[in-house]
Design a protein around this ligand. Structure first.
Ligand SMILES: C[S@@+](CC[C@H](N)C(=O)[O-])C[C@H]1O[C@@H](n2cnc3c(N)ncnc32)[C@H](O)[C@@H]1O
Length: 240
């Protein structure tokens, strides 16, 4: 089942996702760190540490949004990072952030659709994606594109929400995610659906072995995972 942000709209998921992120771009960073109590930063850092043992001279940060994963990846001192995203407004916030940090010589932004990327085959050492794949209209097409643009043996590090399995975290998470987060998020972002779409899309998205199975099916020779913070999020590592 495809979960879309705006139920009353007939538009495709992709257009709706672009519109939603354009709408919330200026509140995105604040809400991200506020609603996750800052844990999202630690998750990205952990993912970057996992990438450090693989080639990472050229990094493609897919669904870069406001560029937080791309900025975190500069710790690895790559020659270049491309931040790629569908939403012009998210990219604009990211571009300003990168300029403020003086990282514009390393991080470049490109607008486009991750299911059809404008990059040649085998053009990047590694890919990072933070909270992006869940928003794709066609997940397998997007993952196949990751595989195509990666060099041989290159890795994709995919950070995404998952679902805790055990009591009491499972119950606490469901209560917070389904009841508190949508109310606070929709109100602050002034978008009536964005933070209802977040838990709904997480609940419907494949995690754990299901997601690893999809990565293998897409052509990656290996796919492993590290569950984080009782399984609220997971880092998937897939090698071409
Ligand atoms: C939740 S934000 C994540 C931003 C950032 N990676 C982070 O870690 O905070 C998801 C981003 O995915 C982008 N996105 C969704 N579908 C996309 C697609 N098909 N192609 C490119 N970007 C996409 C959205 O525009 C949005 O900026």
């Amino acid at each position: 089942m495809t979960v879309k942000p705006y139920k009353e709209s007939e538009d495709q998921k992709k257009q709706q996702v672009e519109q939603m992120f354009d709408n919330i771009a200026h509140k995105y960073d604040f809400l991200n760190h506020f609603l996750s109590l800052g844990i999202d930063k630690l998750w990205r850092r952990k993912a970057i540490r996992m990438l450090s043992v693989f080639p990472h001279n050229s990094i493609l940060d897919v669904a870069t949004g406001t560029g937080d994963f791309a900025v975190a990846a500069t710790r690895l001192s790559p020659a270049k990072i491309t931040g790629f995203d569908l939403s012009a407004n998210m990219i604009e916030v990211g571009r300003q952030k990168v300029e403020k940090l003086g990282l514009q010589n390393i991080i470049q932004f490109v607008k486009g659709d991750s299911e059809n990327m404008p990059f040649p085959d085998a053009s990047y050492d590694s890919i990072t994606v933070g909270f992006g794949v869940r928003n794709f209209e066609n997940l397998e097409k997007g993952l196949a594109e990751f595989h195509r643009v990666l060099k041989k043996d290159g890795v994709a590090v995919i950070l995404e929400f998952s679902r805790p399995r055990y009591f009491p975290m499972k119950q606490f998470y469901n209560f917070y995610f389904l009841h508190i987060l949508p109310r606070v998020g929709n109100k602050i972002s002034k978008d009536k659906s964005a933070y209802s779409y977040l838990p709904e899309s997480v609940m419907a998205f494949p995690d754990d072995q299901d997601f690893l199975g999809i990565l293998k099916k897409t052509g990656f020779k290996s796919a492993t995972q590290k569950r984080l913070t009782f399984g609220i999020a997971t880092i998937y590592l897939a090698q071409k």
